[in-house]
Design a protein around this ligand. Structure first.
Ligand code: FES
Length: 128
Protein backbone atom coordinates (compact mmCIF):
# COMPACT_ATOMS: atom_id res chain seq x y z
CA UNK A 1 0.00 0.00 0.00
CA UNK A 2 1.34 3.46 -0.90
CA UNK A 3 1.13 5.93 1.97
CA UNK A 4 0.83 9.68 1.55
CA UNK A 5 4.18 10.97 2.79
CA UNK A 6 5.72 14.22 3.98
CA UNK A 7 8.25 15.00 1.22
CA UNK A 8 11.16 12.61 0.80
CA UNK A 9 12.36 13.03 4.37
CA UNK A 10 13.61 9.88 6.04
CA UNK A 11 14.38 10.26 9.74
CA UNK A 12 16.85 8.07 11.64
CA UNK A 13 14.90 7.15 14.74
CA UNK A 14 16.72 4.29 16.47
CA UNK A 15 19.77 2.09 15.90
CA UNK A 16 18.63 -1.19 14.38
CA UNK A 17 20.25 -3.26 17.12
CA UNK A 18 18.33 -1.35 19.79
CA UNK A 19 14.97 -2.52 18.46
CA UNK A 20 14.69 -6.18 19.39
CA UNK A 21 12.31 -8.65 17.81
CA UNK A 22 8.79 -8.28 19.23
CA UNK A 23 9.70 -5.16 21.21
CA UNK A 24 8.00 -1.76 21.00
CA UNK A 25 9.64 1.62 21.45
CA UNK A 26 8.35 5.16 21.48
CA UNK A 27 10.36 7.88 19.73
CA UNK A 28 9.82 11.48 18.67
CA UNK A 29 10.33 13.01 15.26
CA UNK A 30 10.08 16.71 15.98
CA UNK A 31 6.80 17.09 17.84
CA UNK A 32 5.37 13.82 16.50
CA UNK A 33 5.51 10.75 18.76
CA UNK A 34 5.67 7.41 17.04
CA UNK A 35 5.64 3.78 18.08
CA UNK A 36 8.10 1.34 16.57
CA UNK A 37 7.71 -2.41 16.58
CA UNK A 38 10.02 -5.00 15.09
CA UNK A 39 8.44 -8.17 13.73
CA UNK A 40 10.07 -11.05 11.84
CA UNK A 41 9.80 -9.52 8.40
CA UNK A 42 9.39 -5.82 9.02
CA UNK A 43 9.56 -2.83 11.33
CA UNK A 44 6.24 -1.09 11.90
CA UNK A 45 5.93 2.60 12.69
CA UNK A 46 2.62 4.14 13.72
CA UNK A 47 1.47 7.19 15.61
CA UNK A 48 2.26 6.53 19.24
CA UNK A 49 -1.12 7.23 20.81
CA UNK A 50 -4.32 5.25 20.62
CA UNK A 51 -6.95 7.14 18.62
CA UNK A 52 -9.58 6.44 21.24
CA UNK A 53 -8.24 8.17 24.36
CA UNK A 54 -4.56 8.62 23.59
CA UNK A 55 -3.01 5.75 25.52
CA UNK A 56 0.63 5.27 24.39
CA UNK A 57 0.46 1.94 22.57
CA UNK A 58 4.12 1.10 23.24
CA UNK A 59 3.14 0.68 26.89
CA UNK A 60 1.18 -2.52 27.19
CA UNK A 61 -0.12 -2.80 23.62
CA UNK A 62 -0.59 -6.49 22.76
CA UNK A 63 0.50 -7.64 19.31
CA UNK A 64 -1.13 -10.59 17.59
CA UNK A 65 -1.86 -11.50 13.97
CA UNK A 66 -0.43 -8.20 12.64
CA UNK A 67 -2.72 -6.21 14.94
CA UNK A 68 -2.05 -4.18 18.07
CA UNK A 69 -4.58 -3.96 20.88
CA UNK A 70 -4.60 -0.99 23.22
CA UNK A 71 -4.46 -2.11 26.87
CA UNK A 72 -6.91 0.53 28.09
CA UNK A 73 -10.20 -0.36 26.35
CA UNK A 74 -8.89 -2.95 23.86
CA UNK A 75 -9.30 -1.00 20.64
CA UNK A 76 -7.53 -3.09 17.98
CA UNK A 77 -5.75 -1.78 14.88
CA UNK A 78 -4.23 -3.48 11.84
CA UNK A 79 -0.51 -2.64 11.96
CA UNK A 80 -0.17 -2.70 8.17
CA UNK A 81 -2.71 -0.01 7.36
CA UNK A 82 -3.98 1.31 10.70
CA UNK A 83 -7.53 0.08 10.06
CA UNK A 84 -9.72 -0.17 13.17
CA UNK A 85 -10.65 -3.81 13.74
CA UNK A 86 -12.53 -3.19 17.00
CA UNK A 87 -13.32 0.09 18.75
CA UNK A 88 -13.33 0.19 22.56
CA UNK A 89 -14.93 -3.24 23.17
CA UNK A 90 -13.69 -3.26 26.79
CA UNK A 91 -14.69 -6.92 27.31
CA UNK A 92 -14.63 -6.58 31.11
CA UNK A 93 -17.65 -4.20 30.96
CA UNK A 94 -18.93 -4.16 27.37
CA UNK A 95 -21.71 -1.63 28.08
CA UNK A 96 -19.17 0.76 29.55
CA UNK A 97 -16.91 0.05 26.58
CA UNK A 98 -19.70 0.98 24.17
CA UNK A 99 -20.33 4.17 26.12
CA UNK A 100 -16.63 5.08 26.09
CA UNK A 101 -16.45 4.16 22.41
CA UNK A 102 -19.29 6.54 21.62
CA UNK A 103 -17.34 9.49 23.04
CA UNK A 104 -14.97 9.48 20.10
CA UNK A 105 -15.60 8.47 16.51
CA UNK A 106 -13.53 5.47 15.36
CA UNK A 107 -10.54 6.57 13.34
CA UNK A 108 -7.57 4.65 11.97
CA UNK A 109 -4.10 4.68 13.43
CA UNK A 110 -1.68 6.57 11.19
CA UNK A 111 0.95 4.22 9.77
CA UNK A 112 4.38 5.43 8.61
CA UNK A 113 6.87 3.99 6.13
CA UNK A 114 10.02 2.38 7.50
CA UNK A 115 13.32 1.13 6.14
CA UNK A 116 16.65 0.07 7.57
CA UNK A 117 19.80 1.66 6.30
CA UNK A 118 23.37 1.70 7.59
CA UNK A 119 22.39 0.23 10.94
CA UNK A 120 19.48 2.60 11.53
CA UNK A 121 15.73 2.25 11.45
CA UNK A 122 14.45 5.16 9.39
CA UNK A 123 10.90 6.49 9.21
CA UNK A 124 9.19 8.61 6.62
CA UNK A 125 6.15 10.28 8.15
CA UNK A 126 2.79 9.84 6.54
CA UNK A 127 0.60 12.87 6.08
CA UNK A 128 -2.58 10.79 6.45
S1 FES B 1 -7.41 4.59 24.93
FE1 FES B 1 -6.99 2.94 23.65
S2 FES B 1 -8.83 1.86 23.63
FE2 FES B 1 -9.30 3.54 24.85
Amino acid sequence: MKLPVEGDNWHQVIRSDKLKLGKKKMRNIGLKSIMLLRQESTVHATDALCRHMAWPLAYGGKVKDDCITCPLHQTRYDLNNGEVKEWSPFPLFPLYGRFLGSLRRPSPLVVHETRELDGWVEVRLSTA
